[in-house]
Design a protein. Sequence first.
Length: 173
Amino acid sequence: MSLYLDSIQQRFRTYYDMGTKTIERLDNTQLHWQPQGEPNSIALLVKHLRGNMLSRWTDFLTTDGEKPGRHRDQEFEDDQASTEAVLQRWKEGWDCLLKAVDGLKEEDLGKTIYIRTEPHTVLDAVNRQLGHVAYHVGQMVFLGKMILGENWQSLSIPKGQSEAFNKQKSGNK
């Protein structure tokens, strides 16, 4: 497998894990909380990402990435889904994306696919999706931090612990 495909699989799985950990830390009310100004809740971001992933990655190499059955605007309507349903949506979208990405071969990267009739190389479409996922998972994590405040547990290196982390990684305890 190519260095790029190995890297992209790892990056996508990192964002999947970050989002999963954020969702699992919150209760149903918290998953549906929206700050003032009507930004999206975590539940809505999950609903949107699921719709996007299913549309883009189902029959990825052979059909337009904007499927006729997708209703993007409805992805931003809160249906008060249960925590279990939010997690199921999250998993379903990611299962579709990861199955497609895991099935890619190096020779696929230069092929042309379409998203809303616009041509993209597979490489560009993968990069586009990585940016989209990172953007929304970042929003989810930020909302989780806002909601939990001082009870938030860092998903990376906690504030003030960089030096200790670096020493541990280098074996200098």
